[in-house]
Design a protein around this ligand. Structure first.
Ligand SMILES: [Zn+2]
Length: 430
């Protein structure tokens, strides 16, 4: 059951090895690295194979366009799918775009992101094979740095596109090695000078639909292969810097220490308690101890809190309780604790009309897709601020994600593609 279904084999087989660690089996597809460049080349090849018109936007997001017959936007990209001449009078309508992202968290799974991109290509294949033709542009998109694994801002590509982050702030972001986004883009052969909001591009899009593996097991509990997103919990990232004093582990008396590891540990434990009490989620998944000697008391501990809650009030309450513990515990250990919000995403309610349209279109084809809230952020959540967006989730039997153990059954992936194709057919084809 672990083999991909026949429809996706060539796509999966070509994408699966890219950026996968031999040691962990997880993916390390960090933006503008070699693995990322390989994934981008894969996207380009798949677009060209289908005769889709290819674009890299100013923010390094990749787009492949299936244009309506008779109105190719540029020369030199003749589509095998554009076989019917258009007789011409249909008014110009905005594009319907599907896609997701190709980057990963450290040791991420195969499905988070790539499933949405692969499914969008395959949905276009299915529609083309069924003789359907677009009456408006249909796009496949792969957004850049969705996970924020390299530059610590999630959904960076879509945030830049919509203007949710300024070009200057983005260019100055640095990775763990101190390499700035501007330097990393230039290194990968991309131009960082021109990044930023792209209203013209957005104005040409009428809807964005992101298919994604479910990052939870709600669908498994409901016995449904696919679901439709209802909302995204508000969520954000906070960096807490605990600064103490480096010292000798063997000669410094306990009472004399200013060990930043202690308030850090107290904060982690408190975050669990507070999150439990408030019905929210709090995670410390990244921590750096300086200088990192096994026989030394740390001089500083840098920790990142990922916080998510059903509503913004609860999120604010949770984070303020956790950072208060950090400061209080820090004080009792002679350690300063400074908290800083690195990113914050408000609650997203997806477009009601588009959502109803999806549910109805799927129901008409015998696909029962329940509505689901989600604690995970997505590019669709960022784009929801500026255009109608929707999400389709594919069942994840264990709910495990951001891990090499992430998995979806081939027949569920196929159900997802069929659902996505149905929606694209409904919205963009004749
Ligand atoms: Zn994702």
């Amino acid at each position: 059951m672990s083999e991909p279904a026949a429809w996706q084999l060539p796509l999966w087989q070509s994408l699966l090895p890219l950026g996968r660690s031999e040691h962990t089996g997880g993916y390390r597809r960090f933006s503008f690295t070699g693995a990322d460049t390989e994934c981008r080349s894969w996207f380009v090849r798949e677009a060209e194979r289908r005769g889709l018109r290819l674009e890299t936007d100013r923010n390094a997001n990749l787009w492949a366009w299936w244009d309506p017959p008779g109105e190719p936007e540029e020369s030199g990209s003749e589509s095998r799918l554009e076989s019917e001449p258009e007789s011409g009078s249909a008014e110009r309508r905005g594009a319907i775009v599907a896609g997701s992202h190709l980057d990963s968290v450290p040791d991420g799974g195969a499905f988070d992101g790539p499933l949405g991109v692969v499914s969008a290509f395959v949905a276009i294949d299915l529609l083309g094979q069924a003789g359907r033709r677009p009456v408006r542009p249909v796009g496949v998109v792969a957004f850049t740095e969705e996970e924020g694994a390299r530059f610590n801002v999630a959904c960076l590509g879509s945030r830049l596109l919509t203007g949710a982050v300024t070009p200057d702030a983005a260019r100055a972001l640095t990775d763990a090695e101190g390499v700035s986004l501007a330097e990393a883009m230039a290194e990968a052969g991309l131009d960082p000078a021109d990044i930023g909001a792209d209203g013209e591009r957005l104005a040409g899009i009428d809807a964005y639909i992101e298919l994604h593996i479910e990052q939870g097991s709600a669908l498994a509990g409901m016995g449904a292969a696919v679901g439709v997103a209802e909302s995204i919990w508000p969520h954000g990232r906070w960096r807490i810097d605990f600064t103490g004093r480096a010292d000798h582990a063997g000669t410094t008396k306990l009472a004399d220490r200013r060990d930043p590891m202690l308030p850090y540990a107290a904060t982690v434990l408190a975050s669990r308690t507070v999150a439990t009490e408030l019905g929210a989620l709090a995670t410390f998944g990244k921590v750096i101890a300086e200088p990192g000697g096994a026989n030394a008391i740390s001089s500083a501990v840098h920790a990142w809190l990922d916080a998510r809650a059903p509503d913004e009030e609860t999120l604010t309450e949770m984070v303020s309780q956790i950072t208060a513990v950090a400061e209080l515990s820090g004080t009792s250990h002679g350690v300063t604790a400074v908290s800083r919000c690195e990113s914050l995403s408000p609650k997203v309610e997806f477009d009601l009309d588009l959502r109803d349209h999806l549910v109805t279109a799927l129901a008409q084809r015998g696909i029962d897709a329940p509505l689901l809230p989600t604690g995970a952020g997505h590019d669709a959540g960022i784009l929801a601020a500026v255009l109608p967006t929707a999400m389709l989730f594919v069942r994840n039997p264990t709910g495990v994600s951001h891990s090499p153990a992430e998995h979806a059954e081939p027949e569920d992936c196929e159900a997802g593609v069929v659902a996505l194709a149905a929606v694209l057919e409904e919205l963009a084809c004749r």
